[in-house]
Design a protein around this ligand. Structure first.
Ligand code: UT7
Length: 322
């Protein structure tokens, strides 16, 4: 039986850190409101000209180093992103070019904030099927480019960044299971309502940015991620106290706390980075994973549950042994 296993992680945050107090100088908000409602204190913003593939490449280099692999060992590149550099080619091929490893397949996965969970499922299936032996999976975003910086309901929530993992074929698990879901009937609750085949040439300002029904997203995220956490445990025959760490999507501390409670996990088993990163969409889970691995909280042999929820709606989870 072939399994996939995470053998290295990395992350990259753009240099510029933007605090709540700095935001409060330009829009009608306060550090107290943002902290109470979301748990966010600061986020990072890509420099002018710095693109998603630039962030992705830097995270990838760290993950390759951590896995003691060279770029040439990689036989599949996946980039989970909703903020690609270009309409095409894919951000994955741009990262491939930066790494100098032409030849292997490279493609993007678009599931917004659930993108990393989706990418993990794709990578796991490629490895289990014997099609790939070493996969580079990156979640990378520059959401700052699709925010209306005058809309206090959305611009305080998001940030830029990239997280990467290297997955390798192994005869021990590794990834025990992945679970991905979507329900397109909620397409309007969280979206950027313009694109390539709709209003591309005449994008009007208001359509070029993130729009969100915050309360609807909040309720569904808590409901679906809570249910999925319980199902993920049940399908693996595990009780909550057998999980060492939950690494959830970092959108809002109140969502994270509610999901942990529904899953029966105390917050001291949950990795939280939303305070310092904000919501970095597909990058949030791999960055949080990397933070907790590098600071020694997550250790080899630990059982980890990953969870994410995003526009679509899309949502997903994975259970793995590090
Ligand atoms: O990755 C998945 C993507 N997104 C999410 O997971 C986000 C899910 N939703 C949320 O996290 C929350 O719904 C928000 C943080 C977006 C909003 O929190 P809320 O507790 O649902 O606030 P609300 O939208 O009900 O707004 C409450 C009040 C409103 O004022 P009134 O109408 O009561 O006078 C807003 O206008 O707070 C006001 N408000 C703000 N005030 C200061 C909204 N944004 C701000 C702000 N600063 N930035």
């Amino acid at each position: 039986m072939i399994y996939s296993r995470v053998v290295g992680t990395g992350r990259y945050l753009p240099e510029k850190r933007l605090t709540n107090d700095e935001l409060a100088e330009t829009i009608d908000t306060t550090d107290a409101w943002i902290t109470q409602r979301t748990g966010i204190k600061a986020r990072h913003i890509a420099a002018e000209g710095e693109t998603t593939s630039d962030l992705a490449y830097k995270a990838a280099v760290q993950a390759l180093e951590a896995s003691q692999s060279g770029p040439k060992d990689i036989d599949l590149i996946l980039v989970a992103t909703s903020t690609p550099d270009l309409v095409f080619p894919s951000t994955a091929t741009l990262v491939q070019e930066k790494l100098g490893i032409g030849g292997c397949p490279a493609f993007d996965v678009q599931a917004v904030c659930a993108g990393f969970a989706y990418g993990l499922s794709v990578a796991d299936n490629f490895i289990r099927a014997g099609s790939s032996k070493k996969v580079l999976l990156i979640g990378a975003e520059t959401f700052s480019r699709i925010l209306d910086w005058t809309d206090r309901r959305t611009c305080v929530l998001f940030g830029d960044g990239a997280g990467a993992v290297v997955l390798e074929a192994s005869d021990t698990a590794g990834i025990h299971s992945t679970h991905i879901h979507a329900d397109g009937q909620f397409r309007d609750a969280l979206c950027v309502p313009s694109g390539v085949s709709k209003r591309y040439a005449d994008v009007i300002e208001a359509n070029a940015f993130v729009q969100m029904d915050g309360q609807k997203v909040f309720k569904w995220a808590v409901k679906e991620m809570g249910n999925l956490a319980r199902r993920t445990l049940a399908e693996n025959g595990l009780a909550a106290d057998e999980i060492d760490w939950m690494v959830p999507h970092q959108a809002n501390i109140r969502i994270i706390e509610s999901v942990a409670q529904k899953a029966g996990l105390s917050m001291d088993k949950v990795v939280v980075t939303v305070d310092q990163h904000g919501n970095t969409s597909a990058a949030s889970v791999p960055m949080a994973l990397d933070v907790a691995l590098r600071d020694g909280r997550i250790m080899p042999g630990h059982k980890i549950m990953i969870e994410a929820f995003g526009g679509g709606f899309t949502w997903g989870s994975a259970l793995l042994t590090m």
